[in-house]
Design a protein. Structure first.
Ligand code: UDP
Length: 488
């Protein structure tokens, strides 16, 4: 049965207004809200998705709802519920199919379960809604709610799809054909990138990208003492002096030459606060492109003496280290592909020649505490000379947005989500083929060689992240969409 979620988040615009670089965004948002929110008077907006915990949508929802409420929008959040396992099997398959993975056909029995779960949840939701309200459904799982609710209530509706692929195959076609009758009944749709819009929704879709909260643990500013404290507390640097905060219960672990994991300062200090650092932080997914990145870094190191004449750059390339970080193996027990990818990386690392191996650091970040994990990611990104996201496929890629906001130089592949964020040679550098080790090595070399260019790109990226990819812009776009929905 449908369940309304209590929003525990308590954002205060005052906290954000205290940060000088956010003032304009917030003032703009407030100004726009003054004009748009009155259009929504008398209507409640219902955000509905399939889970209150886990995953990007559930993480983003409390912030968005809280922010919209602060602006005067009457908005609630509800999640659908069922104990029918075949429903989840189908929705998982649909998710994979939208990403291009073939799962075969969808049977009429599966379709019946899908509709039944949506119909049952619609009964509960209908009791919460009234004529004139707005239904905003997220992702495929609850997409059929609209069909059932519209039978009895006069509502406006919008479907927000957080997933997509910029190419088509048999699997994507099966998924989008299945969703078509439900999706077409919505007044509007929202996607993350224009490439993800199926042709049958082209006329009524708009774009809203995911967004960052600049005060979250992952993104908030860290003064030098706080940053150093996090690195010490998580065991990522040696503690040469005492620090105020106590050690984290679970530390970052570093892959060792014998294939085991040990505290990250074994066999030597990571050099995070001293050396040039190239970082990629992602889930251990093959599509994140870790392996070609590691191969490229090895190539870069092998070619140092052959190519470089400039003394300073030579020194930089001698000192530079590659950090590859992701969730610790214990937290990915139920992810066989993740384990396999991590194992392949470990095997490659173990076989590197020692002179290069010492400059490649693979970190397993503990996931027990979300806060501590976020602080570790934040600190690692801030210590990086270049942050890489070498994805072969990427829906959006918050791991690119995060260093952009922090004013770090980024190197990305041209995967769809990443090219929504980075303009090549303006906000960072873009690789045309995430599997081409030579191209990646050359890109790293040229970025490391040119600190001025790095700084210019990083500043452009930071400006772009502040203007385009923060929760305030996201809320503004939602406001615009909702008010044009009721005007339509
Ligand atoms: N992340 C994290 N700890 C890790 C690895 C990744 O917190 O060990 C975070 C990362 O900072 C980002 C999110 O997980 O916020 C990944 O989002 P993204 O959009 O980049 O990719 P996805 O994993 O959703 O494909």
């Amino acid at each position: 049965m449908i369940e309304q979620v209590d929003i525990k988040e308590s954002l205060s615009l005052e906290d954000y207004l205290a940060i000088p670089y956010l003032r304009r965004n917030i003032r703009d948002l407030e100004l726009e809200a003054q004009t748009l929110v009155p259009h929504l008077k008398g209507r409640t907006t219902w955000m509905v998705n399939s889970t209150a915990k886990g995953g990007g949508v559930a993480e983003m929802m409390p912030k968005l709802v809280c922010l919209m409420r602060l602006l005067g929008v009457d908005i609630n959040w509800a999640v659908i519920n069922t104990d029918k396992m075949p429903f989840f099997d189908l929705t998982k398959s649909l998710h994979n199919m939208i990403h291009g993975v073939d799962k075969g056909e969808i049977s009429s029995v599966q379709k019946e379960v899908f509709e039944q779960v949506n119909r049952e949840n619609a009964v509960g939701l209908e009791k919460l809604m009234k004529n004139g309200d707005i239904l905003a459904v997220h992702d495929p799982q609850p997409i059929a709610l609209n069909h059932f609710i519209r039978k009895n209530l006069d509502i406006k509706s919008i479907w927000r799809c957080h997933i997509g692929l910029d190419s088509q195959n048999k699997a994507t076609k099966t998924a989008w054909d299945f969703l078509k009758p439900y999706a077409e009944e919505y007044d509007m749709a929202i996607f993350t990138a224009p490439e993800y819009i199926p042709p049958y929704l082209a006329g009524k879709s708009s774009i809203i990208t995911p967004a960052l909260d600049p005060l979250s643990h992952k993104n908030r500013d860290l003064i030098p003492h706080k940053l150093t404290g996090i690195l010490c507390n998580s065991g990522m640097i040696q503690e040469h002096n005492p620090v105020v905060t106590p050690p984290f219960e679970n530390k970052a672990m570093r892959l060792q030459p014998d294939g085991s994991f040990a505290i990250a300062t074994t066999p030597d200090d990571t050099g995070l606060l001293y050396r040039p650092i190239v970082t990629q932080i992602s889930r251990w997914d093959r599509l994140k492109g870790f392996k070609p990145l590691m191969d490229a870094f090895v190539l870069l190191k092998k070619n140092i003496k052959k190519k470089v004449t400039d003394e300073r750059h030579l020194r930089r390339l001698e000192l530079v280290r590659l950090i590859m970080a992701g969730p610790d193996p214990a937290s990915i027990q139920d992810d066989p592909e993740g384990k396999e990818v991590l194992k392949e990386l470990c095997d490659t690392y173990v076989n590197l020649e020692p002179a290069i191996q010492k400059d490649v650091i693979l970190l397993a970040l503990p996931m027990q505490s979300q806060k501590e994990n976020a602080l570790m990611v934040n600190a690692l990104q801030r210590c990086s000379t270049v942050v890489v996201q070498n994805s072969i496929q990427e829906g959006f890629g918050l791991t690119c947005t995060e260093p952009m906001l922090k004013g770090r130089a980024v190197l990305v592949s041209n995967a769809c989500g990443l090219r929504q964020q980075i303009r090549d040679n303006i906000d960072g550098k873009m690789i045309s083929d995430a599997t081409n080790t030579e191209e990646i090595a050359n890109a790293l070399d040229s970025m490391l060689a040119d600190p001025k260019k790095r700084e210019t790109w990083a500043l452009n990226a930071q400006r772009r992240a502040i203007e385009e990819f923060l929760i305030f812009t996201q809320a503004k776009k939602w406001l615009r969409t909702l008010s044009s929905l009721v005007a339509s």
